[in-house]
Ligand binder design. Structure first.
Ligand SMILES: Cc1cc2nc3c(=O)[nH]c(=O)nc-3n(C[C@H](O)[C@H](O)[C@H](O)COP(=O)(O)O)c2cc1C
Length: 372
């Protein structure tokens, strides 16, 4: 059988039909759970769970669940923040997650103003390096085929996977050429170049400018996946033309039946226009693109300094848990990239994979001008 026009070397590297990855999207409730990852892999892409906040034992259960739903390759994405590990998971430092007084006051006043009731205690396990290490040990133990670090250096995993002689493909999400260069020298198998347009933590560099520059840095050594508002076949072909060997899509897969976000947040995706996102450090302490909502607006107005990730997330977590418990999408509308304006319906994840593949193939077969 002849290979499709969409077939790139990473299809062979990962053993997949289409070079389409669903991004590991984590959070208080992880949007990319086992159902989404399995559906994407089963449809011919590669589904990645957002494991960042998922306790190691639950992560193991998720992996088993995926394996019950598909025999295709899949991945796990977690965060390894430097502020938590200090670059050393073997001899870590425990961080103090208490908030400064004025931030504590902001949280209380916000909850009162927007009628959020009593706020829960924060529960952000990634502040605990032991938690991170156990997550990575679960990934190793369960022989997960693909691992991606959304933040940080997966050096510990690379070393352990080598010791255990595992055939695990390990990647990193990068937002700058120097990060790609460092990841390459650390021994990763691939990088995801995520531009400014994308949802969640992103780069100061736009997707269009970032992808080719990262590609040029690592060309001939490791492949690059392009990310940041890749929603349809036009954007996928553009990413391939920029030198990416595949695409890593988040927001496109949020608008699916399988994504673990609320119905209200899915409806919010349909309502939100391309101008409806905000870049804020108040969400996680690092620059992140989120759907504009009351929390990031009020936090920006407050003029409070943003805190390191481990403290800023404590602040966000308390408010978002309370908002989610009440279905308050005005406070927590969710996270998405600028391509959100292209979301018009909620579909099965397999439809997203198939539509992306069919549209990109049509453009490649008919020629760009003919297919417009
Ligand atoms: C809701 C949401 C949560 C995310 N959480 C993570 C995460 O935990 N780890 C990670 O590597 N990237 C995370 N990201 C970024 C995605 O991996 C991906 O790079 C991004 O979604 C691409 O941009 P797009 O949403 O425009 O497709 C998240 C993105 C979204 C939208």
């Amino acid at each position: 059988m002849s290979k499709s026009k969409l077939h790139t070397p990473i299809c062979d590297m990962f053993g997949i039909k289409y070079p389409i990855f669903s991004a590991g999207m984590g959070g208080i409730v992880s949007p990319s759970g086992p159902e989404l990852a399995a559906a994407v892999s089963e449809a011919g892409g590669l589904g990645v769970v957002g494991g960042a906040f998922v306790p190691p034992e639950e992560l193991r259960r998720w992996i088993l669940q995926i394996r019950e739903m598909t025999d295709k390759p899949f991945g796990v994405d977690t965060l390894i923040p430097f502020s938590v590990t200090q670059g050393n998971l073997e001899n870590p430092i425990k961080l103090d997650v208490n908030l400064p007084k004025e931030h504590e006051e902001f949280v209380e006043q916000f909850a009162e103003k927007y009628d959020l009731g009593d706020l829960p205690e924060a529960d952000i396990p990634i502040f605990d390096p032991v938690f991170i290490k156990e997550q990575l040990e679960a990934v190793l133990d369960m022989k997960v085929p693909v691992y991606v670090a959304g933040i940080g250096d997966p050096g510990y995993l690379i070393k352990r996977a080598k010791e255990l002689d595992l055939d695990m493909k390990i990647g990193v999400v990068v937002g700058a050429v120097r990060h790609a260069e460092k990841s390459l020298s650390n021994g990763v198998d691939f990088v995801v170049a995520q531009g400014h347009d994308g949802g969640g933590h992103n780069s100061i560099v736009g997707t269009m400018a970032l992808i080719p520059q990262v590609v040029d840095e690592v060309k001939g050594k490791i492949p690059v996946l392009g990310a940041g508002s890749i929603m349809d076949g036009r954007q996928m072909v553009a990413a391939l033309a920029l030198g990416a060997q595949g695409v890593w899509c988040g927001s496109a897969f949020l608008a699916t039946h399988e994504a673990r976000i609320t119905k209200g947040q899915k409806e919010m995706l349909i309502r939100t226009k391309e101008t409806g996102t905000a870049l804020s450090k108040y969400f996680t302490g690092k620059r992140a693109r989120v759907i504009d909502g009351l929390f990031v607006e009020e936090a920006a107005k407050s003029g409070l300094p943003t805190l390191p990730m481990h403290q800023q997330l404590t602040m966000t977590d308390r408010i978002m848990r309370a908002a989610d418990a009440q279905g308050r999408v005005d406070v927590n509308p969710g996270v998405a990239g600028q391509g959100v304006g292209m979301i018009n319906e909620i579909r099965p994840a397999a439809d997203v994979v198939n539509a992306l593949a069919a549209h990109a193939t049509e453009i490649l077969e008919q020629g760009i001008l003919q297919s417009l």
